[in-house]
Design a protein around this ligand. Sequence first.
Ligand code: ZN
Length: 238
Amino acid sequence: MQRRNRIGWWLGGLFLPLVALAFATTTLLYHPQTPLPAEWNPTRPLDPTAPSTRITEWKLARAVADPQLCTAALGRIAMPVVTLPPQETDDQCHIRNRVQLSELATARVAALETRCDIALRLAMWEHHGLQPTAQALLGAEITRIHHFGSYSCRTIAGSSRMSQHATANALDISGFDLANGQKIRLRNDWQDTGNTAEFLRSARDSACQWFRMVLSPDYNAAHYDHFHMDQGRWSGCR
Ligand SMILES: [Zn+2]
């Protein structure tokens, strides 16, 4: 009798609730009609246009670690995406997972060759950070993003260390054109005091959500005319 009670306790008190929990979790994660939104579902691939959640960066990191997942995700937000063979200049200078793009979700960019990781982060920054900020502060959408490029086989200025640009693991952004005709350039407008300067600071801050390192004109004189963004080892938002 005592033994049967113990078995009954295990069945009713622990085992059955665990089975029910496992079943509910599996249904929630894997059922095609799950009520869990895809952006909160870790089993669903990254949709770069979906609302950003607490697991978006984790999904993004998983996507950029796999060239095919990365180009698939990029193709959902930026079109057309041209995948190119890797460029191997030497072991310090190369572009791996190389893509070329000229259109983001809304804005255009001058043809940009970079690694898929940087391209996808740029596209997500544009969609989730830049466009909403431009609408809120300047009342217009961004039609063009100006850049100084991604790949450059060189050392960091004033140092013997290789730049993140040597592996196209960085990008320099110099300005924005708006649908209302306004042309914003960091070299001219960073020191402004109105909405344009506020937009540029918000743009810098939102870039920090998508890139590990973001350096603006606030950092030093070498960055007076661009935002430097990279995915190297060090993080910062200055
Ligand atoms: Zn740079």
